[in-house]
Ligand binder design. Structure first.
Ligand code: NAP
Length: 263
């Protein structure tokens, strides 16, 4: 056996969850979980397209934060509920960058309402953004992913979709729909190197939950074994894992990130 030599120290091993050279698109990355996800993917080396609907300043802050940390990306505004706009944006991205390896369907809207007060226009809006928006993104991304034999489609669902929540019949319906959608996509494209998974957060401190009253917040924390609400970064880390090469054998799954609220 050759003696060990100190002249050539061993090559450092590639760190796990390395995304260097991968192109990622995160919808709704101007704020909250989407922003934290864009930053987390970039921190592992991904080049990140930052989608948003209207909040250009906030999206610009996401990109600035990525660049300040040594990463890069671009702003890519479009309305996820507009199928033609999603298709055009993804096609343009693939033309510019050559591929799309990671598509995170994070953009979402929520209007709380008891069933008896449910308004059809609110339901239409949640279905259009949360459900159709996810399908449009997956549909646009899957062809270039198949070609590259590497694809990670990740949809943001919600603990409300898993266990129900009073006042959220419409929102929960739009979120549990994503489980069947991702599992079907997982079955269709599993053999082509494309995985499709769901990340299902519990209650996370973002604009979406800013309206939660003190009493509701206290109750929610009491029900959560981890003893606190989530931070956007808690959820972003799960997305990074599912986006990585190491998660190649994980598909059609629901990864709940909820402090133990539901187990
Ligand atoms: P948020 O702070 O309210 O941010 C929503 C993001 O979605 C914004 O970037 C917004 O863009 C974008 N968006 C909304 N409609 C859009 C559209 N039609 N097209 C493109 N972008 C659109 O939300 P969040 O709390 O981070 O939640 C992110 C995801 O996690 C959502 O799918 C949500 O349902 C899910 N989730 C959240 C929680 C929670 O407790 N926060 C829990 C479970 C699941 P603009 O800034 O341009 O408006």
């Amino acid at each position: 056996m050759a003696p060990a030599t100190s002249a050539h120290p061993p090559e450092p091993q590639t760190p796990m969850f390395d995304l260097t050279g991968r192109v990622a698109l995160v919808t709704g990355a101007s704020r909250g979980i989407g922003r934290a996800t864009a930053l987390a993917l970039a921190s592992r080396g991904a080049w990140v397209a930052i989608n948003y609907a209207s909040n250009a300043d906030a999206a610009g802050e996401t990109l600035s934060a990525i660049r300040a940390a040594g990463g890069d990306g671009e702003l890519l505004p479009f309305d996820v509920s507009d199928g033609a706009a999603v298709a055009a944006a993804v096609e343009g991205l693939v033309q510019r960058k050559g591929s799309i390896a990671v598509a995170v369907a994070n953009a979402g809207v929520n209007v709380d309402s008891l069933l008896l007060r449910a308004q059809e226009e609110d339901f239409d809006r949640m279905l259009a953004t949360n459900v159709k928006g996810t399908l449009f993104l997956a549909k646009a991304a899957v062809r270039p992913m198949m070609k590259a034999r590497y694809g990670r489609i990740i949809a943001l669902s919600s603990v409300s979709g898993e266990m129900g929540n009073a006042g959220q019949a419409m929102y929960a319906a739009s979120k549990s729909a994503l489980v069947g959608m991702m599992r079907s996509i997982a079955r269709e494209y599993g053999s082509r190197g494309v995985t499709a998974n769901v990340v299902s957060p519990g209650f996370v401190e973002t604009d979406m939950t800013a309206g939660l009253g003190d009493e509701a917040r206290r109750k929610m924390i009491e029900l959560t074994p981890a003893g606190r609400l989530g931070r956007p970064e808690d959820v972003a880390a799960a997305v990074v894992y599912l986006a990585s090469a190491e998660a190649a054998w994980v598909t059609g799954q629901v990864l709940s990130v909820n402090g133990g609220l539901r187990m």
